[in-house]
Design a protein around this ligand. Structure first.
Ligand SMILES: NC(=O)c1ccc[n+]([C@@H]2O[C@H](COP(=O)([O-])OP(=O)(O)OC[C@H]3O[C@@H](n4cnc5c(N)ncnc54)[C@H](O)[C@@H]3O)[C@@H](O)[C@H]2O)c1
Length: 331
């Protein structure tokens, strides 16, 4: 990444919501390395992606605030005086959004509006980057999916993330606030949740592989793209540092498109061993599955110069290496 980007964040106050989770902690580590004054906010709900090991060794270089996005007093206190807000906290499980839609609504919409209101009242010059998801598009009508593709989510989480996007854009337009949105595709890498498949199936594949158990591939013929977490962090920082990103929505994407079966084969090749079984999609999952899906990320490439740098091979190697050393902290 361009070294001048690092200088932008030196001595700046930044707040990362969801900062003890997978992507948030990777971002926090990078920003601390750039000399930023980092505060992370996280509720540490055990079923979500927060894990205190994600920030191990960093404790003396940043401020950790264990509080809930649904608490407007805590949010108001924390946004005051910040230069940047990286808004990553969220309920991320698509299945859970179906079984408990109100919790998803409260975390992914109500608390997001309360956060934006706090910014508007107390700190309207703050620069905000919100992480959204490709799930807002629903089933692809053409591939690769660009930002002009219709938005037609197939689950509650997709609807709520879309609503939150719209609030961020509305606040940009109505109150001249500086908000940008990144729509992520499958993101993987060190510090992802591997305990179960709640965050992403690849994490659970990895755990089973390292425990010498066969993992299950559902279907296997679906095409997908995958972004390595450090490439996502690059995109977040680029977005925050460029005025041309204000009020914009960008897709991210991966360097390669492959079927799930091809991904499973690559994982086994990188691990030099392992097994998987192809099984048919469970009925309840099939209903909210988006089938073949990969993103066109030309808009962010042309506007900000971002493109994913890490090949799947390299990303899987780095991820496996991390969990070979640290798996005990994640299961
Ligand atoms: N990882 C992916 O593949 C992916 C794909 C698309 C979008 N995203 C989005 O990126 C963001 C970060 O995802 P992640 O993969 O790092 O997930 P994660 O679960 O690891 O991180 C989210 C963090 O938010 C925290 N959190 C949840 N509810 C909270 C609340 N009410 N108050 C305070 N903290 C709360 C959790 O404890 C967790 O640490 C999310 O908004 C997610 O929707 C991720």
């Amino acid at each position: 990444m361009n070294p001048s980007i690092a200088e932008i964040f030196t001595n700046k106050s930044v707040l990362i919501t969801g900062g003890i989770g997978f992507i948030g902690s990777s971002l926090a580590r990078r920003l601390v390395g750039m000399g930023a004054m980092v505060t992370v906010l996280d509720s540490m709900v055990p079923e979500y992606g927060g894990n205190k090991f994600n920030l191990v060794g960093m404790e003396q270089f940043l401020r950790i605030n264990i509080s809930d996005m649904r608490d407007p007093y805590s949010i108001s206190f924390l946004v005051d005086g910040q230069d940047y807000l990286f808004n990553l906290a969220g309920q991320t499980s698509h299945m859970e959004s179906m079984s408990d839609p109100l919790t998803d609504l409260h975390i992914n919409v109500t608390s997001q509006v309360s956060l934006l209101e706090a910014c508007r009242r107390l700190n309207s010059n703050i620069r905000i980057v919100f992480l959204s998801t490709r799930q807002i598009y629903g089933l692809s009508r053409y591939l690769p999916v660009d930002e002009l593709h219709p938005e037609d989510p197939v689950d509650v989480n997709g609807i709520n993330k879309l609503a939150s996007e719209k609030y961020h854009i509305l606040y940009s337009k109505m109150y001249n606030m500086q908000c940008s949105i990144l729509r992520l595709t499958n993101t993987y890498g060190p510090r992802m949740r591997i305990k179960d498949a709640r965050q992403m199936f690849l994490g659970y594949w990895l755990r089973q592989l390292l425990e010498d158990k066969p993992f299950q591939v559902w279907g296997g013929e679906q095409y997908r793209d995958f972004t390595f977490v450090e490439d996502v962090v690059d995109a977040i920082l680029l977005c925050a540092s460029a005025t041309s990103a204000n009020g914009c929505v960008f897709n991210l994407g991966g360097p390669e498109v492959m079927t799930l079966k091809e991904l499973a084969d690559q994982l086994i090749a990188v691990n030099r061993g392992g097994f998987y079984n192809i099984v048919s999609f469970p009925e309840n999952r099939k209903k909210i599955d988006i089938g073949d899906f990969y993103c066109n990320f030309n808009k962010i490439r042309n506007t900000l110069g971002w493109h994913p740098q890490t090949t799947i091979l390299e990303g899987l190697e780095r991820t496996l290496e991390y969990y070979r050393e640290n798996m005990r902290y994640y299961i």
